[in-house]
Ligand binder design. Structure first.
Ligand SMILES: [Zn+2]
Ligand SMILES: [Zn+2]
Length: 140
């Protein structure tokens, strides 16, 4: 994404992988949208992205800080992507647009990894609970 203010090129990411319940059932991303906070902004995911950038310095990825910024457009502060150079906010709307564009583009870089979410989340997702070695969801 090119910064609307200073014109600097920035690299953003989005989370595309499936989610799993504690019993290892696959949860569709749509079902996993339990609140308005994007997965991209979860600390575990930010850490993953930062580790990746650190391990692939050859790619020269530019990711600005992910933090709470004030948006003049909606007159509110929220957690956001921003420019690595001038720290301007990248509004959710524009980030979403860029995400949709890149989803259908072959010109993207994918990285696969696994994270355990540190906070336990309860979701009403009907599924066959077959925990194998894990716990039944209902027992958590
Ligand atoms: Zn900028
Ligand atoms: Zn289950």
């Amino acid at each position: 994404m090119v910064c609307w203010k200073c014109g600097e090129l920035n690299h953003l990411y989005y989370v595309d992988t499936p989610f799993y319940s504690s019993c290892n059932a696959k949860i569709k991303p749509k079902e996993a949208l339990w609140n308005s906070m994007s997965f991209e902004y979860r600390p575990e995911i930010i850490q993953l992205a930062e580790n990746f950038i650190e391990s692939r310095k050859d790619l020269n990825l530019k990711l600005g800080q992910i933090k709470v910024r004030f948006s003049n457009t909606i007159n509110k502060s929220y957690i956001s992507f921003g420019c690595h150079k001038c720290d301007s906010i990248f509004g959710d709307y524009y980030v979403m647009e860029a995400k949709i564009d890149i989803m259908y583009s072959p010109n993207k870089l994918s990285f696969q990894s696994e994270v355990d979410l540190t906070e336990s989340i309860e979701l009403d997702v009907p599924h066959w609970c077959f925990p194998d070695d894990n716990e039944f969801c209902g027992n958590k």
